[in-house]
Design a protein around this ligand. Sequence first.
Ligand code: PDD
Length: 279
Amino acid sequence: MLVYLNGEYLPAAEARVSVDDRGFLFADGLYEVVRIYAGQPYELEEHLQRLLAGANALQIEYHDVRALEPICRRLIEENGVSGNGIVYIQVTRGAALRKHHFPPKGTQATVYVAAKPHTGYPSHLWEDGATAITMPDNRWARCDIKSISLLPNIMANEAAMAAETFEAVLVRDGVVTEGSHSNVWGVRDGRLITYPASNYILAGITRATVFRLAGELGIPASEGLILAHELYDLDEVFLSGTTVEIMPIVAVDGRMIVDGEPGPITRRLLKTFRNSLPR
Ligand code: PDD
């Protein structure tokens, strides 16, 4: 499997990053996960723009995100990803003497890109729905930046796995924000609700796609608050994200959502989403 690292294409096993890399020492970096459908990167431009916004917010000296497009395409091609796959992009502030403040101007950002086939999660999660638990959202207050610093997400997701569920639904001040690696949606009286795009969530690319699809289908959708204690009484709950796509959640904290079956609006959105994908 070929990867791209700092200007070079090389076998993954030969790729080396410095132990002084700020990504390694401080988790001082950004990442993107892009889906490949039918050998094509999906919504790549949106992912690159979010990466650029993150680099600007963190003042990481990396601006030429456009240069990543041919890199992604070459890796897809050379690695023979003709069906479904994943592109992983990571940009860190580079390697430098370990100081908390920024390294000297001109320190080269570390740029890593990989593209590989991806079969995804088992299909029963979409057909029968997945389960979740709620967990405290104890992340920092810049969740809009797709930082590689993911410890709170990792701890919450591990708790979900230990509870034999799929996702941790994060709760801040009694309000559902998002999942450990997805956005969370509720359906109430026929209307979709999801946490407002703000510093407390990652504004998912798939989240934007759900708003677009809902518009096309004439399903009312708005940003709004879901209180944690109201979660169990919603008509439907689902996740959105690059890897989860649109995934029904049928039980939270061991309590069934309605009858424990994927809801009709979630099913409709998922079907429309899948039908819209390149094939
Ligand atoms: N995660 N919220 C969080 C905290 C996420 O980590 C993700 C995606 C999303 C959904 O964003 P998008 O629709 O742009 O994928 C929301 C990726 C897939 C990951 O960490 O693997």
